[in-house]
Design a protein. Structure first.
Length: 578
């Protein structure tokens, strides 16, 4: 029967929570709710999952528990009943450079799966998801689109920049300091000074690395409220933003506005546009296809790359540029970027968003500030094409991706130096065994071969720290951190573990990379590659059991998002319609 919650009306007979709160047969279920101090009114109101990735692993997620309380306050004010729960996060900054990184991308699937299972098991009617670190953002958004209950995404916010000898610094500077220490440019005291001041607060890494890239995506794709993803994590103003998300999800529930109404093909194009415009993380080329997959939309790496080609690079953000997320907030936040793109015909303004309004309606009153240097006008961009580029060729028939933001030289020809894991490559760099003109090849690090598609920030940072950032390239079937800079090509597919060309390379092979033409090739004929393939044998991964082994059995190619299930195209009914 219709439930009058203040001025809002909800028909419980059409909501999932009816299965656990309504009718005499649900008396045992209600007894559990009474045990937790809930009132009869609260039991019969819509139940809203408030999911966080809070943990004490790293600063990225440390503020999420407090922010969740503000979300719950908003839900209650709008006559809903919040039910808080948590899921995991594997924080890349801690997992980086060792076997822990094999767990990182796998955690995206575990986050999405665990949120799905919690929502399904307890029949919650709507979802507010809070996330702070790289994989937790797409994982939470994937769960929202998969479940298709009214949902709002909340970003936990960015860390504040540290200060080192008069300069703003981020954790990227610490990774690069390791290379400087190995080369003798930094002594032990220099390194310790850097590591103790680079990360002064809670919040996700401060540049336009993966977390801030996906936070920008959250507003551009419409799952987050306008202005909500820019405020740094320590700012108390985040409480009001979180409370507003709690109230607004009840509005979406009343109007039955669902994630798949928001995440359309046009919205995905908007998301890809902001990645290119900000010189964002190459990981977006993995996460956007995965989010699209949950909506049943074909949108792979090649679709993303086509949008990258036509989008100007206009936000001067680290790692390719000068500024950090706090600087973006200080000039008006992500809406300033979105408005400049919209006014110049680069965004679809008619896309519905979590505010219940269209993108154009959200941005109607935003003005582009002229007294700042963080975001350039579209008519005078940093570069006329995007800060991220897709590549294809005989070395990557399924494609590859490279971040070119901040780079002056967009082509490279060099000799292959082949390594079958990141640790071996890192050791070679640190010991000075990688030289100018080399193309470092790190393979058997793809989704299946890793397993887990590790990021290579330790190695790329060491290359920069040793002064080789402009004279060495790196290619891998693994991934890169959003903090990576330099000529670093990731997501090379097919991966080595399934017999891709990257697994057939030998030391000394000539590799050609052209980010203007969008090509990556090796100077071998099709016949030569075929002969090498006859000699190639598949490798058995080191991990033969457990979650990472299980992931390797089902994961698909990177170009389609490295997903592990059939997606919305195969479903007969979304959870929201139970």
């Amino acid at each position: 029967m219709p439930l009058d919650s203040g001025k809002r009306k909800f028909d419980k007979s059409k909501l999932p929570s009816r299965h656990v709160t309504e009718g005499p047969e649900r008396a045992p279920h209600r007894s559990f709710y009474y045990a937790m101090g809930m009132t009869e009114e609260e039991i019969h109101q819509p139940l809203v999952g408030v999911a966080t990735c809070w943990n004490e692993a790293a600063p990225c997620n440390i503020t999420l528990s407090r922010q969740a309380q503000a979300v719950k306050k908003g839900v209650k004010a709008a006559h809903g009943t919040p039910r808080e729960f948590t899921t995991i996060t594997v924080t890349d900054g801690i997992a980086m450079g060792h076997e822990g990184m094999k767990a990182s991308l796998v955690s995206r699937e575990v986050i999405a799966d665990s949120v799905e299972l919690t929502m399904r098991g307890h029949c919650y009617d709507a979802l507010v998801g809070l996330a702070g670190c790289d994989k937790s953002l797409p994982g939470m958004m994937m769960a929202m689109v998969r479940l298709n209950v009214p949902s709002i995404f909340v970003y936990g916010g960015s860390i504040l920049p540290g200060r080192f000898r008069g300069q703003d610094v981020t954790v990227l500077n610490v990774f690069e300091a390791v290379g400087k220490h190995a080369s003798g440019e930094f002594n032990d005291a220099d390194l310790r000074e850097m590591e103790t001041c680079a990360c002064p607060s809670g919040g996700a890494c401060g540049g336009q690395f993966t977390a801030n890239t996906m936070a920008t995506v959250a507003e551009a794709i419409g799952l987050a409220l306008p202005f909500s993803c820019s405020a740094p994590a320590p700012y108390d103003s985040r409480d009001a933003l979180c409370e507003a998300a709690g109230e607004m999800v009840m509005n979406l529930l009343e109007k039955n506005i669902r994630p798949r109404d928001i995440v359309t093909r046009k919205a995905l194009e908007n998301a890809a546009t902001v990645v290119a415009a900000t010189g964002g993380s190459t990981n977006a080329g993995l996460h956007l296809p995965a989010i699209a997959h949950e909506a049943g939309i074909d949108f792979d790496l090649h679709d993303v790359a086509e949008i990258f080609k036509r989008t100007p690079y206009i936000a001067d953000l680290q790692p390719g540029g000068k500024y950090v997320a706090k600087d973006m907030y200080d000039i008006g936040g992500i809406p300033v970027l979105l408005k400049e793109l919209l006014d110049n015909g680069l965004l679809h303004g008619d896309c519905l968003t979590a505010s219940g309004k269209t993108m154009a309606e959200n941005l109607k009153d935003v003005r582009f500030p002229t007294d700042q240097k963080v975001v350039y006008p579209v008519k005078s961009p940093i570069t006329p094409t995007g800060g991220v580029v897709g590549l294809k060729g005989n070395l990557a028939p399924e494609g590859a991706i490279v971040k070119v933001a901040g780079m002056s030289n967009l082509s490279f020809v060099g000799s292959a130096r082949c390594f079958d894991c990141e640790e071996d490559a890192f050791e070679a760099v640190i010991k000075g065994k990688v030289n100018a003109g080399d193309v470092v090849v790190i393979r058997y690090e793809g989704p299946k071969g890793g397993p887990g598609m590790r990021e290579m920030l330790s190695t790329t940072s060491a290359i920069y720290g040793r002064g080789l950032g402009e004279s060495v390239a790196l290619i891998t079937d693994g991934r890169f951190s959003g903090a990576t800079r330099g000529f670093c090509i990731g997501h090379v597919g097919p991966e080595a573990a399934v017999g891709g060309p990257i697994g057939l390379l030998k030391d000394g092979d000539t590799i050609r990379i052209d980010a203007v033409a969008g090509t990556i090739s090796v100077d071998l004929t099709d016949q030569e590659l075929a002969e090498r393939r006859k000699e190639w044998k598949p490798r058995e991964p080191d991990l033969r059991s457990g979650a990472i082994w299980k992931y390797a059995q089902t994961v698909g190619p990177a170009c389609k998002g490295a997903v592990t299930h059939p997606g919305a195209k195969a479903e007969k009914r979304a959870y929201a319609d139970v």
